[in-house]
Design a protein around this ligand. Structure first.
Ligand SMILES: NC(=O)c1ccc[n+]([C@@H]2O[C@H](COP(=O)([O-])OP(=O)(O)OC[C@H]3O[C@@H](n4cnc5c(N)ncnc54)[C@H](OP(=O)(O)O)[C@@H]3O)[C@@H](O)[C@H]2O)c1
Length: 298
C-alpha cells in the first residue's frame, strides 16, 4: 500500500480504527475520520507512532449533507487522488430520529453518507487510476427492502437489527447498483461483512434496543460479549482484504463475508425495484449524480 492514500470513515474506534491501523501498517497514507476532533487527533497520533504511512485526522459528522460535503472539500483541498475509500461509519438507533436535514438517522449514516461521499470523491478516486470503494454491511442483511418505508416512515423498529437490517440491505442494494454504474473498472465498489465484534458501538447498545424477550438476558449477553464476539483484528479482515488485496484489483460488485470469502448477495439487495427505490432516494436526498460527478442541484 506504499504510495496509496486511504480514507476510512468512523476510524476513531472499533472496526474502522483497526482497518485504518492495518492499512497504515501496510504503508498507506491514511485519513482518519470521526465526529470528535480530540478523539480523531488522538487516534491519528497513536497510529502514526506505529505505522509507516502518514496518518492524518479529519473531523466530520457524516449524518448530514453539510458534514459529508465538508469532508469531501477538505480531502479535495489536500489530496489530488484517493486510492481507497472505506465507508465504515454506521450503526443503529433504538428510536426513530431525524438528522439536521430531516433524514431518518439510520438511513442517513448507513446508506446516504456512503452514497454521497462516493459521489463527491469520485473525481479523486478516478484520478487514482485504479481505486476501491469498500462499504460495510452488518446485522442480518438478508431481509427485504420496503421501498415505501426506507426511512421508517410507516413503521420503525429500532430493536436490535430491525430497521438497521433494512438500512444495511439498502446499502448493499445501492453498492451493487453503484458497481454496475462504474463498470469501466477504474473505480470498484464492493461490500464487506465484518461479523459481530466487541466494539464501543456494540457495547453501547441500549437496553431498549433489545426485544422485550431478550431484555432479562441482556446483562449476561453484555458480560459474555468479549468471549462471544470477534476482536478487531478478525472484524477488520474483510474490509482490509477488499481495500488492499492484490486479488481484488479491478474486481467489482462483490460481497465478502467475515472470512473475506465471496458470498452470495442477499436477494433483497438484488431486487431491481428495491435497488431503484434506494438509488432514487439517495439521488433525491443528496442532489448528487455519480454519472456526472457533480451535484444535480446546487
Ligand atoms: N460491531 C459489530 O458487531 C458490527 C457488526 C456488523 C457490522 N458492523 C458495521 O461495522 C461498522 C463499524 O462498526 P463499529 O461497531 O466498529 O462502530 P463503533 O464502535 O460504533 O464506532 C463507530 C465509529 O464511527 C464514527 N461515527 C459514528 N457516527 C458517525 C457520524 N455520524 N459521522 C462520523 N463518524 C461517525 C465514530 O466516531 P466518533 O464517535 O469519534 O465520532 C467511530 O469512529 C459500522 O458500519 C457497523 O454498522 C459492526
Amino acid at each position: 500500500m506504499h504510495g496509496k492514500t486511504a480514507l476510512v470513515t468512523g476510524s476513531t474506534a472499533g472496526i474502522g480504527r483497526e482497518t485504518a491501523r492495518r492499512l497504515a501498517l501496510m504503508g498507506a497514507d491514511v485519513i482518519l475520520v470521526g465526529r470528535n476532533p480530540e478523539r480523531a487527533r488522538a487516534a491519528a497520533g497513536e497510529l502514526s507512532r506505529e505505522a509507516a504511512g502518514r496518518v492524518v485526522a479529519l473531523t466530520a459528522d457524516l449524518s448530514d449533507m453539510a458534514g459529508q460535503r465538508r469532508l469531501a472539500e477538505q480531502v479535495t483541498e489536500r489530496y489530488d487522488r484517493l486510492d481507497v475509500l472505506v465507508n465504515n461509519a454506521g450503526g443503529m438507533n433504538a428510536e426513530r430520529r431525524l438528522t439536521r436535514d430531516g433524514v431518518e438517522a439510520t438511513f442517513a449514516v448507513n446508506v446516504l453518507a456512503p452514497y454521497a461521499l462516493t459521489c463527491l470523491l469520485l473525481p479523486l478516486l478516478r484520478a487514482a487510476g485504479k481505486a476501491r470503494v469498500v462499504n460495510l454491511t452488518g446485522g442480518m442483511p438478508d431481509g427485504t427492502i420496503d421501498p415505501g418505508n426506507l426511512q421508517g416512515e410507516k413503521k420503525y423498529l429500532g430493536w436490535t437489527f430491525a430497521h438497521y437490517n433494512q438500512a444495511k440491505t439498502a446499502l448493499m442494494a445501492m453498492s451493487h447498483r453503484f458497481a454496475s454504474r462504474l463498470e469501466d473498472g477504474e473505480v470498484t465498489v464492493n461490500v464487506a461483512y465484518p461479523g459481530h465484534a466487541y466494539t464501543p458501538g456494540n457495547q453501547a447498545t441500549p437496553m431498549r434496543a433489545f426485544p422485550y424477550l431478550y431484555r432479562p438476558a441482556a446483562p449476561l449477553i453484555r458480560l459474555l460479549g468479549p468471549l462471544l464476539l470477534s476482536d478487531m483484528g478478525k472484524a477488520s479482515h474483510s474490509s482490509v482484504h477488499l481495500a488492499s488485496s492484490p486479488e481484488m484489483e479491478g474486481v467489482t460488485g462483490v460481497y465478502v463475508n467475515a472470512r473475506a470469502c465471496r458470498a452470495a448477495w442477499p436477494s433483497g439487495a438484488l431486487d431491481t425495484q428495491a435497488q431503484q427505490a434506494v438509488w432514487s432516494e439517495c439521488e433525491r436526498l443528496s442532489g448528487l449524480d455519480p454519472d456526472r460527478d457533480r451535484p444535480v442541484r446546487s
